[in-house]
Design a binder for this molecule. Sequence first.
Ligand SMILES: Nc1ncnc2c1ncn2[C@@H]1O[C@H](COP(=O)(O)OP(=O)(O)OP(=O)(O)O)[C@@H](O)[C@H]1O
Ligand SMILES: [Mg+2]
Length: 497
Amino acid sequence: MAQAKFVGIDLGTSTSALAHVRPDGNPEIVPNADGERLTPSVVYFDKFEGIKVVGSAARDGGDPERTVHFIKKHMDDPSFTVEMDDQKWTPTEISAMILSKLKRDCSQIAGDIRDVVITVPANFNELARKATVTAGKLAGLNVTRIVNEPTAAALFYAHTQDISGRVMVYDLGGGTLDITVMEIAGDKVDILLSEGARHLGGSDFDEVLLEILADEYRKKNKAELFLDERQRRRLRALGEEAKKMLSKLQHVSETIGNDTDGIARIELTRDMFETAISRLLTRTVMLVEQALDSLDLTTDDIDHVVLVGGSTRIPKVKELLEKQFGRPPLSCGNVDECVALGAALFAQRARRVSEVCNHSYGTLAIIEDAKTGEAKIRNSIVIPKNTPIPCSMSQTYITSEDNEELIEVEITQGEDLDPRYVDIVGKISLEVPPGRPAGCEVTVTYSYDENQRVRAQVFDAESGLKKDIAIEYRGEGVLTDEDIERKSAYLKQVKIA
Ligand SMILES: Nc1ncnc2c1ncn2[C@@H]1O[C@H](COP(=O)(O)OP(=O)(O)OP(=O)(O)O)[C@@H](O)[C@H]1O
Ligand SMILES: [Mg+2]
């Protein structure tokens, strides 16, 4: 089979898509074997045949108790597992099943798929990025680059709508909101800032709609709408369909109910829905403001606001942005495909796109308060958030005590000065020769590569000793190279429908 060229995959919270660049230079979505352009990111563990079903059949047909949704929300959790028939599955393995289906299905149309670019939310941490690369490996893919979803989307907009200047990408998907400000000049994209909310998106709106349905049902039938998880999930899917219709219609009526308490006809209006999600929408407005504030910009400094993500089809979302910016945002129409399409373009042009690091990295150091003179342990930032990557930055510290024999550097991730509000993501211990006075210089260097992987080095000037580590995470969900090999072989035998 011929090899597919320039393949991009959007591994989304609710839906995933694969695109490639055609010989004429335009990207296109490759449908799955079910004839769909978007594959629901849902896995169903079939009890009888031992098959893992991925996609629409899993979302709509499977036993809810054996179905896994929204696994992307757990990609950064090293201890999260799904237990099925006494076997534990990590988010990485579940994601690998989704990628396996895309690889297999799309290869039939596009040619053999091996090298791919996979997208992640801009605010995914290193653990989640690494888990994404590993999921690709498990699925037999060679992940050449991980790219931020807004960067990919911006490339697609730049390709199709000829936008340039300072652009804000507003991505409201199934699980996350990402706001990214960038400079676009031709094919060149420079990210200035990426902010986001990890748990704000379409699935939260679905929960709200489900609550409206339950409330209305209670009013009418004086009973609870759903009595178990199975009913709840089915109604949630129905609610999602109603939500989508409300983006087009002002009024939708649903007949719902259960065996015990009968059915009821429920009238839903766009107003009811938009009022119920207004608190969540206010958060989105505030996040836009916050992003602009961090850059010292106002809405007038933004040339274009572009829409990405299925949830930007909600009229109120567009309306609020129009109100905030004084002009309507741009939409490419296929808001839920543009990330995959842009990822394919990225696969073709990776070298011209620059990105920024998503977190600050620092170390704990004793720092004197400028006002009070009091010495306190503080988080001293070595690489600030939003520094263009790849980058390597150093800070030199002075040892505070005589006769230190062990230099311990704790690696922090986070922006706060207060050590209580940052994460310790690694530690380097460097043994140094005895008998040295306080005041020796120790240099800490962090480097951040284009796949957002971080390395840390400590250099002790006095002894000339140094030590270097990759920032790695440990936990049940973090696989070693041997694990990857073993599980990849295993996954090849797992039948994915
Ligand atoms: N017409 C519509 N009106 C309202 N919501 C919609 C519409 N079409 C799709 N959605 C919602 O968009 C969400 C899916 O969007 P998308 O495919 O962009 O997200 P994702 O990429 O899976 O998620 P994320 O980017 O957060 O990882 C779902 O919650 C879906 O219900
Ligand atoms: Mg998305």
